[in-house]
Design a protein around this ligand. Structure first.
Ligand code: ASP
Length: 401
């Protein structure tokens, strides 16, 4: 990836902030530029996930190895999510963002909790009854299921399924090329997405909740700079600086789009080109991560639960905290990689420990800002997994070779 792109992205950030401050809500006129970019990037997600996952599975060519890859990936995802939610809770206690906000609950009725399905049904829903419908409606988990299944079957069929494998191989390459083309307008897209956000959230909206925003920012930075640096360095054998530099474009796109699914094409590109993660690992670990691994969302849940409890003057017991860790981890897995999904899943955690649902209204006003931060962490977390898993696989291959 070209070096100049990084500078263009930084330039777009700065310009967006300046333009947002100067023009306020009027800067909304540039929103179509953001939409243009979002649509371009979204249209490749479904074919990209399908093609790359099938290729990821077939290039593994050994079902046992695939199981090992899956096991390691999910273990890493779970472990980092648990750390993230604990960090969120700790940040909530250290910064006490729920005290002295001066907020009232006028908007309480704006937020309606959504019904969440039972665990069994949620798991069953991963199996598409009609894969074409899953593709048409963009149901990512179902598409992942379909792609992995097809990939395994292609491997088992062997010679006669070669043409199918080659088709997906070529198709995946085409999708990477499309991504490369779209990447050239990333800075314009970032400007179009960010400037209206800056324009809309003037200081007056942010100030009452500034403590919450800062607490979230610090927790996210700690998670990225400390936790991922340690995993990437010790398990992934990569310098944290190289890692952070390499993943920066994807983090910037995640920050401006608030969607880890939407960022997936860029994440894959950064992982493969800048972090030199093999196609085999990245095409398996990253689509899965964009759907189930949400460390930023886990941090957010920890912090906001403490925030809401403090606001209503409620003490959280150890049992409450343990419940938050457990349900919060599950909720972050169930969160879709789209804007605002974390806020909806927060209902699950809040009701699990009997906090007032009205508390959601307190965070709803600034949720977009928190979403930008958590989505960046979500994406960086996925990329860290790809580095770690890739390195562990190489080691194993080197040993067995
Ligand atoms: N927007 C987040 C993402 O796409 C999910 C969330 O709302 O927490 O990763």
């Amino acid at each position: 990836m070209k070096k100049s792109l990084v500078w263009q992205i930084i330039g777009a950030f700065i310009l967006a902030i300046i333009a947002g401050i100067i023009f306020g809500e009027k800067i909304e006129v540039v929103a179509p530029l953001g939409d243009l970019f979002l649509r371009l990037i979204k249209f490749i997600i479904v074919p990209l996930i399908l093609a790359t996952l099938v290729v990821g599975v077939t290039s593994t060519s050994d079902v046992k190895k695939l199981g090992r890859l899956g096991g390691k990936t999910i273990t890493y995802y779970l472990a980092t999510s648990l750390i993230a939610i604990s960090l969120g809770l700790a940040a909530g206690y250290v910064f006490s963002p729920g005290t002295g906000t001066g907020l009232t609950l006028d908007g309480a009725n704006d937020v309606t909790p959504t019904e969440t399905e039972g665990v069994v049904q949620t798991l069953l829903n991963i199996i598409p009854t009609n894969p074409l419908e899953a593709l048409a409606t963009g149901n990512i988990l179902q598409i992942i299921f379909f792609a992995i299944f097809i990939g395994i079957a292609i491997t088992l069929v062997g010679e006669r399924a070669k043409p199918v494998q080659q088709f997906f191989d070529g198709f995946a390459e085409v999708m990477y090329k499309v991504t490369t083309m779209i990447m050239t307008i990333v800075p314009i897209g970032i400007f179009g997405l960010l400037a209206p956000v800056v324009g809309k959230y003037g200081a007056s909206v942010l100030l009452p909740l500034i403590k919450l925003i800062i607490a979230m920012l610090i927790a996210c930075l700690i998670h990225v700079i400390i936790v991922y640096s340690i995993t990437v360095k010790t398990l992934g054998k990569m310098s944290p600086i190289t890692f952070l530099k390499g993943i920066f474009p994807a983090a910037a796109v995640a920050f401006s789009t608030s969607s880890s699914s939407g960022t997936l094409p860029v994440t894959m590109k950064c992982a493969q080109e800048n972090l030199k993660v093999s196609q085999e690992t990245s095409s398996f670990v990253l689509p899965l991560g964009a759907t189930i691994n949400m460390d930023g969302t886990a941090i957010y849940q920890g912090i906001t639960v403490v925030f809401i409890a403090q606001y209503f003057g409620m003490e959280l017991t150890f049992a409450h905290l343990a419940t938050v860790v457990l349900i919060g981890t599950l909720a972050s897995i169930g969160t879709a990689g789209v804007p605002g999904a974390g806020l909806i899943m927060l209902t699950m955690v809040i009701t699990a420990i009997d906090l007032p649902i009205a508390g959601l209204a307190l965070v709803a006003g600034i949720d977009r800002i928190l979403d930008m931060m958590r989505t960046s962490v979500n994406v960086i977390g996925d990329a860290s997994a790809s580095v770690v898993i890739d390195s562990s696989e190489e080691k194993r291959e080197a040993k067995t070779a």
